[in-house]
Ligand binder design. Structure first.
Ligand code: MRU
Length: 353
């Protein structure tokens, strides 16, 4: 694995270059812009697990690239053997993070195309081609979402966002931050309030970094100041991304999203979600969704410094669920779903058939 540092401009979060997967190491941001290169799908799985790459759409594409590497790594001479090797890689990649549905979406899409052909070298070619196409389509999807979503935002709005649903959580442009970018590109003057998003700090490390880089007016607040800024009238809309959305409109997103949505309801502030159709899980019920539990040191330490007593018991869920009644609209590349969500989401999917 080779590393190098560069200035950020027109960069992709994850990319396929000459049979190598290149990604920005997000654990190093905002202090260093480091690119990591992987030739082994097991390293991609490790990168997903350790948040080198994170954000639902980005890990969906990373998973697909991981399978493309597995195809190249395979010495299989027959279709059956190649599928067996891919299934093994699929399992390792899938088990990295359980909540964002985009990961299984990306992996399933690759397995489907692999199964279509019989010739091993043609299968490998098609797998790589499909994974590259998924990366390209991610950016196009986000731009479409931006177009639909920007009509919901007005001149002089101050928009709160939580976690990072930006270019860094996707291949480029972003979902929630894509809508914010599109609103600005449409000539509207907007301001953003970003929560720091404890304990992994995606808000301060990534969202503040991205928006500041793009010249978007952004203020950072501690997560604990959400109620204060809403009560003071300092924010008039909220937009977040999502890791999984059920057919009923239940939204799974970064831990703390539920609190932000509740507080927005209390202050009559519209609360929007922006996510591609690949984030929807039309099959599961809320009790079936696995919420990832992360290691306790994310809570008991800041960097290497201990901030809690030894052996303290910790609860550290990475995601929570926001119920549909707290959500004003869900922005997708096929349009905006509104309440009642079940009906509206169904229509969006039907429009894509
Ligand atoms: O743990 P993370 O950083 O992968 O969590 C990311 C989020 O919760 C994002 O808000 C979500 O994936 C939407 S990304 C467009």
């Amino acid at each position: 694995m080779k590393q190098r540092t560069k200035n950020r401009s027109n960069l992709k979060t994850v990319e396929w270059k000459n049979n190598v997967v290149v990604m920005i190491d997000q654990t190093k941001l905002p202090n260093k812009l480091v690119f990591v290169k992987y030739k082994d799908y097991r390293d991609v799985a490790h990168a997903i697990k350790t948040l080198v790459i994170r954000g639902a759409p980005a890990i969906g594409v990373a998973g697909a690239f991981g399978l493309a590497l597995a195809a190249l790594q395979s010495k299989a001479k027959s279709k059956e053997k190649l599928i067996e090797d891919l299934e093994k890689a699929r399992k390792i990649l899938f088990e990295t993070r359980p909540t964002a549905v985009n990961l299984s979406w990306g992996l399933d899409k690759i397995m489907k195309v692999a199964n279509k052909l019989n010739n091993v070298s043609e299968m490998k070619k098609l797998i790589i081609q499909t994974a590259k196409k998924m990366a390209q389509e991610d950016i196009e999807t986000n731009m479409k979402m931006g177009k639909y979503g920007s009509v919901l935002f007005s001149n002089n709005d101050t928009i709160m966002t939580h976690c990072n649903a930006g270019a860094l959580a996707t291949v480029g442009y972003g979902t929630a931050l894509g809508v914010i970018r599109a609103t600005k590109e449409n000539g509207k003057k907007i301001r953003v309030i970003a929560t720091e998003t404890r304990p992994v700090m995606q808000g301060s490390r990534l969202t503040a970094f991205e928006l500041k880089h793009d010249g978007i007016d952004v203020s950072l607040i501690p997560d604990t100041a959400v109620g204060y800024v809403m009560a003071k009238g300092l924010v008039n809309k909220v937009i977040v991304g999502a890791d999984r959305i059920l057919r009923t409109g239940h939204v799974y997103n970064k831990i703390g999203t539920y609190q932000v949505a509740m507080m927005a309801k209390q202050h009559k502030i519209p609360f929007y979600v922006a996510a591609p159709l690949s984030t929807f899980d039309l099959k599961s019920n809320p009790e079936e969704v696995i919420i990832e539990q992360r290691k306790s040191t994310e809570v008991t330490q800041i960097g290497d410094r201990k901030t809690a007593p030894d052996d303290i018991s910790v609860i550290n869920p990475a995601f929570d669920m926001t119920p549909p009644e707290l959500i004003s609209g869900i922005i997708t590349e096929a349009g905006i779903a509104k309440q009642p969500f079940e009906e509206s989401i169904k229509k969006l999917f039907q429009s894509r058939l």
